[in-house]
Write a protein that binds this ligand. Structure first.
Ligand code: NAD
Ligand code: WQD
Length: 344
């Protein structure tokens, strides 16, 4: 099987390449597979390709190719899909900073939505009709009931989230237009952690927007303390509650979704989370305990746009993909810390 991973050198794409290389042989039973990573490197680095190859090992049943390019380049995408005889696409490429999307909506819609349309045009031209798409729990907006099921109304509150919703809707229309298409939109909750090798993980450029990379940078001494955005939410300790999921579990969810897409047509949206909520302070304390480090915190005002609590109903992923998360908060905190240390 030949699979194209757009955004394949990014945080989730790189872990998925590894998980896919491990699962493809077992799933499909063929001897050789090809994983093609396409990325414009706007938020990742080329060194990741060799790190993925190192983890895969010389005896992997999969070949790995990297192509530097932009998903908005339809001509390039068409060439790649055709020359590499791609069977399916896992579409990670996109910009993902919520605050930046508010300041630069045109860039976000151009990159995420226009980029996806360009990819779909190339897929149509090459008769490739299977896609797994990186969506987000952000499409649910403020939860009306918890845990969040896939039937919860969608309402994005910023351009980043709206770009994900628009793409989901476009993909739905594509599936309605032709019953041969198969699309699985995976709605990720909060991916954290890193591969056990310490070779790949999350490396945000500049000040991290997300909690776990901020915690690791405080622990390593790069930042003095963590600002905790509000302790007056209606939660047990007053801090925000999220469904943190180990990136390796998430990556394995993609392998399961790809397997599903090869066997079933139509459009699906599926949550990838653990189903368990964890507060900011609970994550900080777990990180300190399992890694024997100190993470000073300072309580500051709530961050604009934040919700109090968000966690997944995971039943559909189990029923549809036969997938569920297996790793716990300790695994997430240990691997995130190991990766941070290996990078400094
Ligand atoms: P990431 O930034 O590490 O990876 C995205 C990759 O896409 C990067 O390597 C970047 O260089 C590449 N890219 C961006 N625009 C491109 C373009 N026009 N052409 C080619 N490559 C391009 O982010 P990630 O955390 O790995 O996220 C992957 C996907 O999952 C994104 O679509 C993101 O919106 C989505 N997602 C992420 C999270 C999260 O918390 N990390 C949560 C929900 C959804
Ligand atoms: C988690 C919790 C913060 C940083 C965002 C996007 C979402 C998705 C995942 C892509 C919250 C608190 C954070 C800090 C803090 N991305 N926090 N101090 O907000 O759930 O989701 O990333 O799709 O679209 O919105 O994740 O990691 O930013 O925050 O107190 O320095 O940590 O308030 O309660 P969030 P996060």
């Amino acid at each position: 099987m030949n699979v194209l991973l757009t955004g394949g050198t990014g945080y989730i794409g790189s872990h998925t390449a590894v998980a896919l290389a491990e699962s493809l042989g077992a799933l499909i039973g063929e001897k050789t597979h090809h994983i093609v990573l396409l990325d414009n490197l706007c938020n990742s680095e080329i060194a990741t390709v060799d790190r993925i190859k190192t983890i895969m090992g010389a005896n992997s049943a999969c070949a790995l190719t990297f192509i530097q390019g932009d998903i908005r380049d339809t001509t390039l995408l068409t060439q790649v899909l055709s020359n590499q005889q791609i069977d399916a696409v896992i579409h990670f490429a996109g910009l993902k900073a919520v605050g930046e999307s508010v300041a630069q909506p045109v860039e976000y819609y151009a990159n995420n939505v226009q980029g996806t349309i360009s990819l779909l045009q190339a897929m149509q031209a090459c008769n490739v009709k299977k896609m797994v798409f990186s969506s987000s729990a952000t499409v649910y907006g403020e939860p009306q009931q918890l845990p969040l099921t896939e039937t919860h109304p969608t309402l994005a509150t910023n351009p980043y989230g709206r770009s994900k919703l628009h793409i989901e809707e476009i993909l739905h229309d594509v599936c309605l237009s032709n019953p041969e298409w198969s699309v699985v939109c995976l709605r990720y909750f909060n991916p954290v952690g890193a591969h056990k090798s310490g070779l790949i993980g999350e490396r945000p450029s500049g000040t991290p927007n997300n909690l776990m990379p901020y915690i690791t940078q405080v622990a390593v001494g790069q930042r003095s303390h963590l600002n905790v955005f509000g302790n007056d939410y209606p939660t047990p300790d007053g801090t925000g509650v999220r469904d943190y999921i180990h990136v390796v579990d998430l990556a394995e969810g993609h392998a399961a979704a790809l397997n599903y897409a090869t066997k079933h047509a139509g459009w699906q949206a599926i949550n990838l989370g653990t189903g368990k909520g964890c507060s900011v302070l609970e994550l900080v304390h777990t990180f300190e305990t399992v890694n024997n480090v100190t993470v000073p915190v300072q309580i500051v005002n709530r961050r604009a746009g934040d919700i109090a609590v968000c966690y997944a109903n995971t039943q559909k992923a189990l029923n549809t993909l036969n997938w569920s998360a297996t790793k716990n908060l300790t695994d997430m905190c240990q691997s995130a810390w190991q990766f941070e240390q290996s990078m400094t």
